[in-house]
Design a protein around this ligand. Structure first.
Ligand code: NAD
Length: 488
């Protein structure tokens, strides 16, 4: 198998060549699967100039919503037609199990179709009740040229929580995907262009975050930065964008609580505990990586979770029955194992896993569960981003709410109980943008995702996510005779 060769996608086409490349080795095999152009400042300048021209002079922002929706639906059709190819790219570059990669690309199609429907509904408000001769229109307009920076864990899906919504609003975009997993972003830009998105509207520049990512966030040609990634890098992006007073939206890290009450459907909750931490190799911002179990059911429940975890299949992500694939790279693999060591050193009880899993030459970690995890321990506080679950027992609602909310993050939380009173009481007291009850890491394009506290601000998906890519302009009109203010 030969490695895919990519150049930047700027102004409607791939560059003819690239001066330097970033090599991507498949995390599951170590084999080189792709080479991406290693972007420089000048490449980013070209992409921003193309997006700026396409917004200021091009047809895209002034097209009717119907025309944009038609093109976006054609784009969704092309993604569907290239489904297997895109799935393969995600599995190779990320190391995620193929069944989850299929879910990602189906999700991409759904997000584009939903965004297309929003293009038809972009509307403002009119006031006719302000007094004689007074009318006001609050017009909704595209925000302009958007810089989008994405992480490596869901390359196509997270890009599609942003780009189709931006395009539906009439914006033009410059995407800087993760240097590890840029393949699907480039493929999606080419497919959107094939569907009829005009040149310059959807640009992708690949390369290092510290070079092209940083330059994008500092660029005076950008009107809005939409960032998904770590809280640490998010902070530098906010600082950089402040220099040009540019609006930002931040989708950052998480450390969700997955709370199981004694009256829950325990079979469903056991599966939910596994899904919460092992989905996408545990490399997931909304992982339910802190499991809280009510003491009265804890021993039996935790035993079941540990037994099931020990049976999970870790290895080749292309195998249909693989549950956990490879960590994104060796550095991250070592970091996850360091967290595991800290759990042992700080006195948590290792129930299962805790070591590298042996499977070919890739970087695999066993499904790992720690019991009796105290709030002072590193594994309780830090986002591990791997298949490592920490379990803590609780007795009262007050106690579990305090434990759940003690995190610096506030992205998502989960509750398992058959009692609607418990579900609603707990939901209202949890500090996070997302709460799910009796399900986990579920979603739909209509439902916004957002963080609070260290998990960021701004919305992604849903009507609110669409509106992030718009801004309001208020027109106040006076008709008929106007009473003079300065009569003399
Ligand atoms: P990261 O912060 O290291 O990188 C994210 C992106 O930022 C990459 O494209 C990177 O190249 C770029 N970047 C790096 N330095 C930059 C700089 N100085 N200026 C501009 N851009 C720069 O994150 P990651 O390791 O790719 O992804 C994992 C993190 O993302 C985790 O913390 C996870 O929780 C978070 N995440 C959050 C969400 C969410 O929706 N809230 C979703 C997925 C992942």
């Amino acid at each position: 198998m030969s490695a895919r060769q990519y150049t930047h996608f700027i102004d409607g086409r791939f560059d003819a060549s690239a001066d330097a490349h970033v090599e991507r080795k498949a995390p599951a095999t170590g084999e080189i699967v792709a080479r991406f152009a290693s972007g420089q400042i000048g490449d980013m300048d070209r992409a921003v100039a193309a997006a700026r021209a396409a917004f200021d002079k091009g047809p895209w922002p002034s097209m009717s919503g119907m025309e944009r929706a038609e093109i976006l639906n054609k784009y969704a059709d092309l993604v569907r037609a290239n489904f297997d190819r895109l799935v393969r790219i995600e599995v190779e570059e990320v190391g995620k199990p193929i069944r989850f990669a299929r879910g990602d690309i189906s999700g991409v199609v759904g997000l584009i179709r939903y965004a297309a429907s929003l293009a038809l509904q972009m509307a403002g408000t009119t006031y006719t009740n302000l007094g004689a001769g007074k009318t006001a229109m609050i017009m909704r307009e595209p925000v302009g040229v958007v810089g989008l920076i994405t992480p490596w864990n869901f390359p196509a899906l997270i890009l599609s929580q942003k780009v189709p919504f931006a395009l539906a609003a009439g914006c033009t975009v410059v995407v800087k995907p993760s240097e590890f997993t840029s393949g699907s972003a480039l493929e999606l830009a080419a497919l959107a262009t094939e569907a009829g998105v005009p040149a310059g509207v959807f640009n992708v520049v690949t390369g290092k975050g510290s070079v092209v990512g940083q330059h994008l966030t500092e660029h005076p040609g950008i009107d809005f930065i939409s960032f998904t990634g770590s809280t640490q890098v998010g902070q530098t992006v906010i600082e950089a964008s402040a220099r040009n007073v540019v609006k930002t939206s931040m989708e950052l890290g998480g450390k969700a609580a997955n709370i199981v009450f004694a009256d829950a459907d325990l079979d469903a909750a056991v599966d939910g505990a596994l899904m919460g931490v092992f989905f996408n190799n545990g490399e997931c911002c909304v992982s339910g990586s802190r499991l809280f179990v009510e003491t009265s059911i804890a021993d039996e429940f935790i035993k079941r979770v540990a037994q099931r975890s020990a049976q999970l299949k870790v290895g080749n992500p292309f195998d249909e029955d693989t549950d956990i694939g490879a960590m994104i790279d060796e550095k991250h693999f070592n970091k996850v194992l360091e967290f595991v060591r800290s759990g042992v050193d700080e006195g948590a009880t290792l129930l299962t896993g805790g070591a590298a899993a042996k499977s070919g030459s890739g970087h695999f970690v066993e499904a790992t569960i720690f019991d009796h995890v105290a709030p002072s321990m590193t594994i309780f506080k830090e986002e591990i981003f791997g298949p490592v679950l920490s379990v803590t027992r609780f007795d009262t609602v007050d106690e579990v709410i305090e434990l759940a909310n003690s995190s610096i993050y506030g992205l998502s939380n989960y509750v398992w109980s058959k009692n609607i009173d418990t579900v609603l009481t707990v939901t209202k007291r949890l500090k996070s943008g997302w709460v799910q009850a009796n399900t986990i890491i579920d979603g739909a394009p209509q439902l916004p995702l957002s963080g609070v506290k260290g998990s960021g601000f701004g919305y992604e998906m849903g009507q609110a996510g669409f509106e992030e890519f718009t801004q309001l302009k208020t027109l106040f009109i006076h008709t008929g005779p106007r009473q003079p203010v300065f009569a003399r």
